[in-house]
Design a protein around this ligand. Structure first.
Ligand SMILES: O=C(O)CCC(=O)C(=O)O
Length: 294
């Protein structure tokens, strides 16, 4: 199986100006039809295993961020889709889909997918019975960070990207366009101090049709609302090769399977290279302790 041979260098046209300005961009018709259908089938299996507790790595309703407890009232995500124990190797093929990789290269200004670092691949789903929502957050900047420090952290060079690829209609993600480039306004800070799930001025819902993906800055101000309407949305992250900090963040918690020498077998040359880039970065990391998740 190799989904990336041959056409991985085909550039994808994305509106980079909009991405820089708004902090997100939507891509149409991501997967070829046969892979899109196969992705839905594989996700059905993964979701069923998650709901039946046959798969232990799940996002549990009631908790927004990792680590998640082993069980709870309901689930809103399935973690580690590329884990060999899940026995759904098609997720490796989807993760290395040329259009996804090419979009990541465009966002990260990389010449080809050989310069990408393999990271995480998860699934965001609707809770079955228990509506749930996430508070406003930036993925790598804690909410209480003072505005000056928040402003400084938001000027760090972009080292990775992430996306939501919808397999069914999805309008769960809510973002404040442009908020990846500035600290919270005084009004936003005051509103969120009262209620960290309160609507903010200028927020919008990111509405995705099946087979559309949104690539977004993980430090954009965002929240999410999950009702019980069917949601099956793939959530992946990719880094730039040589990003030692990101490699450490990916590999620090419970992802021993990624370190297995045979992990990238069957992923094709590009997938193997991306995996090696991750492992090389991790190998260069001196201190593998006490860091946050991405
Ligand atoms: O469900 C979503 O689309 C957003 C998830 C999210 O914000 C997160 O995992 O940090």
């Amino acid at each position: 199986m190799d989904s990336t041979e041959g056409n991985h260098k085909q550039p994808v046209q994305i509106d980079l100006e909009a991405f820089e300005r708004d902090g997100f961009v939507i891509i149409d018709d991501v997967l070829p039809q046969d892979l899109f259908t196969a992705a839905k089938e594989a996700c059905d299996i993964a979701v069923e295993k998650g709901r039946k507790e046959e798969w232990p790595y799940r996002r549990i309703v009631g908790k927004a961020f990792p680590p998640w407890p082993p069980s709870g009232p309901d689930i809103w995500g399935i973690q580690h889709l590329m884990h060999p124990d899940l026995k759904l190797p098609i997720f490796k093929q989807i993760y290395t889909n040329p259009k996804l990789l090419s979009t990541a290269c465009a966002v990260l200004s990389l010449p080809s997918a050989e310069s990408l670092q393999l990271e995480l691949f998860n699934l965001l789903i609707n809770p079955h019975t228990t509506p749930f929502s996430l508070p406003y957050h930036r993925d790598t900047i804690p909410a209480p960070t003072p505005p000056e420090e928040e402003a400084r952290l938001l000027t760090r060079p972009r080292t990775g990207t992430q996306y939501n690829l919808a397999l069914y209609d999805d309008a769960c993600l809510i973002v404040v366009p442009g908020s990846h480039r500035r600290p919270k306004t005084a009004e936003e800070a005051a509103t969120l101090k009262e209620n960290d799930k309160a609507p903010l001025k200028d927020e919008i819902r990111v509405v995705l049709k099946p087979n559309q993906a949104v690539f977004y800055e993980n430090d954009i101000l965002h929240r999410a609302e999950y009702d019980t309407k069917k949601r099956v949305t793939l959530h992946g992250s990719l880094g730039k090769e040589g990003q030692i900090e990101r490699a450490r963040m990916v590999l620090q918690h419970g992802v021993e399977y990624l370190k297995d020498e045979g992990f990238a077998d069957g992923m094709g040359e590009i997938g193997k290279r991306m995996w090696k880039n991750l492992m090389d970065g991790y190998g260069k990391s001196a201190d593998k302790a006490n860091i946050h998740d991405i």
